[in-house]
Design a protein. Structure first.
Length: 634
């Protein structure tokens, strides 16, 4: 795992060596083992290394035989040995190292931009062609490794692994992207290609980028997950295929020249990864778990079951609400507003894990591939309601408004909300299950001037998801929901959380379930093999590995990496929340109506309405504003 950066332009004046070094130094935590800058006249590449494979020979930037192509690479390629053998067989390539980095470089020599289709792993990389003054970049299929960039008004292209490093370039635009901010309030994250800054971008997952001196930036999708046609094999054959592929995926991700362990939450996915690691290892697996003093949020007892069964070298940590010190640091690390509250335990878990190992395997991906989210159940039930004519559903919603209600959390109030959601179509219904602030809540939150401007924007959650479904629209509901999550929630939220939390502590995290070969296989299986609403989610996964884990793990419901922020905002963080969100500095930014912010806080702290997640989003936003060296004008 590493940090990469670079600058390219028309001529030698485009590259300021001091600026490039400054950007590289800001990525030190991503690569504390080594650093290097290479200059090519009109371009410069920077690299920070966390050494995992070929500890002595994998230095970057790295060149091919004739020094025409140079690469900086962040990630791991798990099939690099197979690819190297393929390249050796051509007789056209000479290798100087045994690193996966050099394999990518020679693949580009052989196949040019198609090289990315051969790679199995997690990656973002840039190859500079000195002869053509052309830059080629790529990001892995699920967005595990980040890539930020901008093209300046003078035609200088700048990129980096993190936004907070990129914005150190004096030409980096720092005007707030109001559309992106509105998306954040809905989704809890800013979806690619947007960032919090206008004219600064993320390269989306499964995309390549090309830029040639004095030309425009061109991006292109090179891979997509397809759910049709459904595979023609038996259920028992699929179980054998699943075990074989997942065991292979785990084996590939256990290759390391440094100490290795695993996250163990106590859920099905991470427990299964630990089980398969233990079955393939001659030594006890090092496992790491985190819990809370609030028992309802702690999964430590389940993690211990797995640790005891496989006799792992187990380590546990507790998260306590000493948050007034850690939250500003968390906001700074994420470089832009990010409101997934599980970023907090993820940060602590990575910090403690890094004290023992350099690489950890995780269970990320099981929910997106095997339909594990509880919201899928709600949507599955709603599809039967949707069989009613649209006009009738809207009439019932209007009639529900006439029902007598008491408090905002009364049964009648919940019934009203159910009827209102039922009056919507499928995609708006799904957005209601995931949005932090719904559109009507955001209308009350934004000042009138900003809200009016946002009404003209084409960057909305519904437009974003509609565009995704137009690319591929799976026939079955659960497949459509998983496809949306694979394209948005997974790369723009979960992978961001994992990458930032781990790299803040120079820890590499690998996800065997997020193997694209496995994903392509599972996507084309019948949906009811994965999701059975009256039985259980992740059906075939649990069935295939039923003897590998304790029954209590397999039978328990979905819990997620929950954080007791609701209790904290009414308890130890009650005053802190008010002090931050109602400070003159926060209210003076001019984005939100002070009376609405105050009302949302009062409603939550009085118990009238549950607003913890929305308030967490506002808190992390304001803490980010405080940490960012930015022009906050809209």
């Amino acid at each position: 795992m590493c940090g990469i950066c670079g600058i390219a332009g028309r001529d030698i004046t485009s590259v300021d060596t001091h600026v490039l070094n400054t950007i590289s130094e800001a990525l030190h935590h991503r690569g504390p083992d080594d650093s290097q800058i290479e200059l090519f006249g009109s371009a410069g590449l920077g690299f920070r290394r966390l050494a995992i494979i070929d500890l002595s020979g994998g230095r970057q930037p790295m060149s091919n035989e004739d020094d025409r192509y140079w690469i900086v690479f962040n990630g791991e390629i798990y099939n690099f040995q197979e690819l190297r053998a393929r390249l050796d067989a051509t007789g056209r390539h000479r290798f100087k190292t045994r690193s996966d980095t050099e394999v990518i470089l020679h693949l580009y020599e052989e196949y040019q931009e198609e090289c990315v289709t051969f790679l199995r792993g997690m990656f973002s990389f840039v190859i500079w062609d000195r002869e053509q003054k052309k830059l080629f970049a790529a990001r892995d299929r699920f967005g595990k490794k980040p890539f930020f960039y901008f093209l300046s008004a003078t035609g200088v292209f700048v990129f980096a692994s993190e936004l907070k490093a990129l914005r150190l370039h004096p030409a980096c635009p720092k005007k707030i992207n109001r559309d992106a901010l509105n998306l954040y309030l809905g989704l809890q994250y800013i979806p690619a290609p947007h960032t919090i800054y206008a004219e600064v971008y993320k390269l989306p997952a499964a995309h390549t980028l090309t830029w040639q001196c004095a030309g425009p930036v061109k991006t292109q999708r090179y891979w997509d997950l397809s759910y049709e046609p459904k595979a023609s094999l038996s259920y028992d054959e699929a179980k054998i295929q699943l075990r074989t592929q997942l065991e292979d995926s785990v084996r590939l991700r256990m290759i390391s020249d440094v100490p290795l362990g695993a996250y163990l939450s106590g859920g099905v996915d991470s427990s299964l990864i630990v089980a398969l690691m233990a079955q393939q290892s001659k030594q006890p697996i090092k496992t790491f778990s985190i819990g809370f003093e609030e028992e309802a949020y702690s999964e430590l007892p389940y993690a211990r079951m797995v640790a005891e069964r496989y006799k792992t070298d187990h380590h546990e940590f507790m998260v306590k609400p000493e948050l007034t010190d850690i939250l500003p640091k968390l906001a700074w690390n994420y470089s832009e507003p990010f409101a997934d509250s599980s970023a907090l335990p993820s940060y602590y878990l990575a910090r403690e894990t890094r004290k023992h190992v350099t690489v950890a395997l995780s269970g990320d991906g099981g929910d997106e591939f095997f339909a594990g989210y509880l919201r899928y159940r709600a949507m599955w039930g709603m599809q039967f309601w949707n069989l009613l004519p649209s006009g009738l559903r809207k009439t019932l919603a209007l009639a529900a408004d006439q029902l007598p209600v008491g408090s905002p959390i009364s049964s009648m109030r919940r019934l009203q909300r159910l009827f209102h959601v039922g009056a919507l179509n499928e995609l708006p219904q799904y957005l209601r299950t995931i949005e932090f602030f719904h559109a009507d809540e955001r209308e009350a939150l934004w000042t009138a001037e900003h809200w009016e401007g946002l009404q003209q924007s084409r960057y909305t959650e519904e437009a974003l998801f509609t565009e995704t479904l137009q690319r591929q629209n799976p026939k079955e509901l659960i497949d459509r929901l998983m496809y949306l999550d694979v394209n948005h929630y997974l790369p723009d939220c979960l992978m961001v959380k994992t990458d930032i939390a781990s790299m803040a502590h120079s820890l590499e995290v690998r996800s065997p379930l997020l193997d694209h070969v496995l994903g392509e296989t599972v996507a084309r299986w019948p949906t009811d093999w994965k999701y059975r609403p009256l039985n259980r989610s992740k059906h075939i996964l649990k069935d295939t590995f039923s003897t590998d884990l304790p029954a209590a793990i397999m039978q328990r419901g979905k819990k997620g990496f929950g954080v007791p922020i609701s209790e904290w905002f009414r308890g130890p963080l009650k005053n802190y929340l008010r002090d931050i969100l109602l400070s003159p500095e926060a209210l003076g930014r001019g984005y939100f109506r002070p009376e609405t912010v105050r009302r949302y806080i009062d409603e939550h702290q009085s118990g009238k309405r549950e607003r913890a997640y929305g308030l967490w989003a506002l808190l992390m936003l304001e803490l980010w504003f405080k940490s960012a060296d930015a022009d906050h004008s809209a």
